[in-house]
Structure formats: structure tokens, C-alpha cells
Ligand binder design. Sequence first.
Ligand code: PGA
Length: 210
Amino acid sequence: MKPLIIANWKMNPQTLEEAKALFNAVKNTKAIICPPFVYLSDLRASGAQDCFYEEKGAYTGEVSPLMLKNMGIKYVIIGHSERRKYFRETNEIIEKKLKAALKMGLKPILCIDKTSQISPDIKRNLIIAYEPLFAIGTGKACSLERAKKMRLAIRKVVGSKTLILYGGSVNSQNARGYLAQAGFQGLLVGGASLKSKEFIDIIKRTCYAE
Ligand code: PGA
């Protein structure tokens, strides 16, 4: 099976023109691109970076899983460490978001850095992204041994059917190791997904490598 590669653009780029240029440069890779909400409809992207847990109503500034579903979004990142840190999202909030996204038929990508962040109630139909905090946006990628150990620990909790991805300072040089040596089934790529050449290189070295 080909690995699942997810691009998390975070709060980038700053104009629709740049977003279109980046999207057009990488769209043939079949990676799941998760741009900021404001660009979703123009780009017809298939992934989002977050969603709220209610379907509709008086929740100023929020975007519901139903809205995402209605726009053709298939994947949604939930519980990213930046959401936990800057927006104080707790495991309880994240669990509500996961349930709401699943109810809508979206495929949630739950980001964790420890297995205790996986709710015993919801283990099915999720994709798990192991993202060690020290590796996110720092250029200090996790060692393959440590990543593999965590993958095995996560596997014990979630069972055999759940896809497990690695995220944290992935680049074209280290990407393949997480799949070939550490045994992950895909990657969640932040910074490197904003540079089209680097991102395409990641895809070439993972999805099309011999
Ligand atoms: P990074 O981000 O690749 O820039 O480390 C990964 C992420 O936060 O999902």
C-alpha cells in the first residue's frame, strides 16, 4: 500500500495567489493537502486542519464538521499540539471533535505525542499521527529507534487496522526512514510541505521509491 502523506500548511501562505500556486505545484502528488479554512473552497482541497464539535449555531469564528463535509472535505487534523498549546484544547475537547467528525463521515487524523492521548472510547476509524513535541517545527526530527518504539506502543493501543503516521521535522532526507525502517504508514508534513520542490521530493522518495 502506498503511504499516506498529509501536508499541514498551518497558517500559511498569506495570499490566495500563493496558496493556488503551491497547491497547483503539488496537487498531482495525491497527497492530502490541508490548507487554512479560507482557501479550502478555492483550492478544492481534501483536508482541513481542525473543526469544531457542534454542527451549527452561535459559535463565532468556528467551522463545523458538517460544513467541511458539505464542501467535499474528507480528512481533518484534530488535536494538533499547536491547538493544544495555543488554544488550550484538552483531551476532552479533542474527543468531542473526533466524535463529531466521525459522525459526519470525515476521517480524523488525531495528533498525539503520548499514548494516553488516545481515548479508549474512540480508537476506530481514526488515523493516528505520532508527533513528538520536540520535533515539531524545530528541525530536530525524532530518531528512528524512538519513533519505532512509539509506533509499536501506539499499535498495541489501537489494534491492527489503524494507520499510524509520523510527523515532526520531516524532510526529503529523512522521510523514507520513518516508513522503511521505523514502519510508519505515512507522514504528516508541516514546514517542508510549503516548499513545493522539497515536498515533491518527499513524495518521490516515499511513494515511488524502489
Ligand atoms: P513540521 O510540522 O513538519 O514543520 O515539524 C509537523 C506538524 O506540525 O504537523
